[in-house]
Ligand binder design. Structure first.
Ligand SMILES: CC(C)(COP(=O)(O)OP(=O)(O)OC[C@H]1O[C@@H](n2cnc3c(N)ncnc32)[C@H](O)[C@@H]1OP(=O)(O)O)[C@@H](O)C(=O)NCCC(=O)NCCS
Length: 445
C-alpha cells in the first residue's frame, strides 16, 4: 500500500521540475543588485505589462533593482510634431534647445507611465497585493559632451558621477530605482544622456551583480547562425569590428557591457526584449536565452574540489545506472577527488574526467569521462581528453589507457588503439573486473 503521507505526483512534472531547477537561482539572486536597461520602445509595446510583472516578480524575490530607461521614440515623436528631428554626428546625437524640451517632456511622461504600472495592485492580476515603491531623482551628475571635431553637442552630456549613497539608500529601503537618461550639472543645466552609458555607469557605481540590456533586436548569433551565448570582455571589440552587420543598438550595448565588466560588474547580459519571459529565462536558467558578457569564462575547466562531489555524483549517476561507468561510492570520490577535473558552467559541473597515475609504468589512466547529455556534441569531451593528455605528458607518462564498454569508437576516433589486459600496469590488472569485460584502449602520448 502506498504511504498516505506521501503526496502522489509525477516526479517529472515539468512545472515542479522547472521550479526546482530555478531554486538555486532564487537563493543566489536574493539581495543582489541588478541594473536593467531598456529603450523607450519597450514602453510603447504590447508586451509592457508582462515585462512589468516580471520586474515586479524579481523585486518580490528580493532582487535590488535599478531600471534605466530610454525615451527615443517618445522624443522623436514630439520632435516630429514640431517638424524637427534629432541630428546625429558619428552616432552621437546633438541635443539642441528644441530637442532638450522634447527630451524633458518625453522623460516626464515615460516616468509617470512606469510608476503607474509598478503601482498596480488589482486582485486577480499578477500584481495583486504588490506594493512597489519607486524612487527617482537627481542621482546623476552630468557634464556636457562638448565640442567634438568642431561640432558642439550642446545639451548632450556624459555621466560625471552617480550619487551612489542616495541610490543605495533607496534600494535599502526596498524601492525600485528609476533612472531616466538625464543628468544635471552643478551649473543647474540638464543633459541628455545615452541610456547604455548611464546603465553601465550606474552598474559600476553600485558594484552591481548584473547589468541587463533588454534589446529591441533579436538575439546575437555566431557566424554559424547559432545563438552566441557568451563573450569575454576582451572579445567584444573584435566582434564589433568583424561584424559590420551588427545592429547599432547591439554594438552600443556590447561596448557598455564590456565597460561595466571592466569596472567590476560581474556579468552583463543582452536579452532580446520581444521574447516573452526572456528576462526570467536569462536569470533563472543555467543557459539563459541571451548573450552573457563577463571578464572570466562562463565555462571553466578546472581541478575538482571536495565541494564538487555532489555535482559529480549527480552527473555520473545516470551513466553508472546505464552500466556505462563503474559506480563510484561517495567515499571513493572523496579520497580520489584530486584526480578529477570538472567543466563548470555557471556554478554547475556539466562534465568531468579523471587521471589516475601509474608512474612505475609511465602510464596514466583516463577515467570517468562524462559529459551531461544536454551539453554533448560540442567538443567538450574532446576538450577534457586534450587536457588530461597534456597533464599526463607533463607528468612524464608515455601512454594513456582507458577501459570502456560502450564508448570504444569515441576513443578510437581520437587516437586510442585496442590493447590487451597484459598491457596494463600490474596494479590495475589485479583490479580488473572480468564480469564487466571492459575493453582496453591505449594511446601513445
Ligand atoms: C563520450 C562523451 C564523453 C563525448 O562527449 P562530447 O562532449 O559529446 O564529445 P565530443 O563533442 O568531443 O564528441 C561528440 C562525438 O562523439 C560521438 N559519440 C558519443 N558517444 C559515443 C559512443 N559511445 N561511441 C562512439 N561515438 C560516440 C558523437 O556521436 C559525436 O560524433 P558525431 O557528431 O560525429 O556523431 C559523452 O558522449 C558521454 O559523456 N558519454 C557517456 C559517458 C561515456 O561513455 N564515457 C566514457 C566512459 S569510458
Amino acid at each position: 500500500m502506498s504511504d498516505p503521507n506521501t503526496p502522489a505526483g509525477d516526479p517529472m512534472d515539468p512545472f515542479v521540475a522547472w521550479v526546482r531547477q530555478a531554486t538555486p537561482y532564487v537563493h543566489a539572486h536574493r539581495g543582489r543588485t541588478f541594473v536593467i536597461a531598456f529603450g523607450g520602445e519597450a514602453l510603447a509595446s504590447v508586451g509592457l505589462p508582462t515585462l512589468v510583472h516580471d520586474i515586479a516578480l524579481l523585486h518580490g524575490l528580493g532582487i535590488r533593482l535599478v531600471l534605466v530607461h530610454g525615451a527615443r521614440p517618445q522624443i522623436e515623436e514630439r520632435l516630429a510634431r514640431r517638424g524637427a528631428a534629432i541630428r546625429y554626428v558619428n552616432d552621437l546625437r546633438i541635443t539642441d534647445d528644441e530637442a532638450l524640451a522634447c527630451v524633458k517632456e518625453a522623460v516626464g511622461v515615460v516616468r509617470v507611465e512606469i510608476e503607474a504600472l509598478l503601482s498596480q495592485g488589482l486582485a486577480n492580476s499578477p500584481m495583486a497585493g504588490v506594493r512597489i515603491p519607486v524612487a527617482s531623482g537627481n542621482f546623476v551628475t552630468a557634464r556636457p559632451l562638448g565640442v567634438i571635431d568642431g561640432i558642439d553637442h550642446r545639451h548632450t552630456g556624459a555621466v560625471r558621477r552617480i550619487d551612489r549613497r542616495s541610490l543605495k539608500q533607496r534600494l535599502d529601503d526596498g524601492a525600485v530605482a528609476l533612472m531616466p537618461p538625464l543628468g544635471y550639472s552643478p551649473t543647474g543645466e540638464v543633459f541628455n544622456l545615452s541610456t547604455a552609458d548611464l546603465a553601465a555607469s550606474a552598474a559600476v557605481a553600485l558594484d552591481a551583480d548584473k547589468l541587463i540590456f533588454l534589446t529591441e533586436t533579436p538575439g546575437l548569433l555566431d557566424p554559424e547562425g547559432q545563438p552566441l551565448s557568451s563573450l569575454l570582455t576582451q572579445e567584444v571589440a573584435g566582434l564589433i569590428e568583424s561584424r559590420p552587420d551588427l545592429p547599432q543598438e547591439v554594438g552600443v550595448c556590447l561596448k557598455a557591457a564590456a565597460l561595466a565588466c571592466r569596472g567590476g560588474v560581474r556579468r552583463a547580459h543582452l536579452i532580446p526584449r520581444r521574447i516573452d519571459g526572456a528576462l526570467l529565462r536569462e536569470i533563472f536558467t543555467r543557459d539563459g536565452i541571451g548573450t552573457l558578457v563577463s571578464r572570466t569564462p562562463f565555462e571553466d575547466l578546472r581541478p575538482a574540489q571536495v565541494e564538487d562531489i555532489a555535482g559529480i555524483q549527480e552527473l555520473l549517476r545516470p551513466m553508472e545506472e546505464a552500466g556505462i561507468l563503474v559506480p563510484r561510492p561517495r567515499e571513493r570520490l572523496e579520497t580520489e577527488i584530486d584526480r578529477f577535473f570538472v567543466l563548470e558552467r555557471d556554478g554547475t559541473a556539466i562534465a568531468c574526467a579523471a587521471l589516475y597515475p601509474y608512474p612505475a609504468d609511465a602510464m596514466g589512466e583516463l577515467a570517468c569521462v562524462a559529459v551531461h547529455p544536454d551539453y554533448r556534441r560540442k567538443h567538450r569531451g574532446e576538450k577534457l581528453l586534450r587536457h588530461i593528455e597534456t597533464l599526463a605528458r607533463n607528468q612524464g607518462f608515455k601512454r594513456l589507457f582507458v577501459l570502456t564498454t560502450q564508448t570504444a569508437h569515441w576513443f578510437r576516433e581520437r587516437g586510442f588503439e585496442p590493447g590487451r589486459l597484459t598491457d596494463l600496469p600490474m596494479e590495475k590488472r589485479a583490479l580488473y573486473n572480468s564480469r564487466r569485460n571492459s575493453q582496453v584502449y591505449i594511446k601513445p602520448l
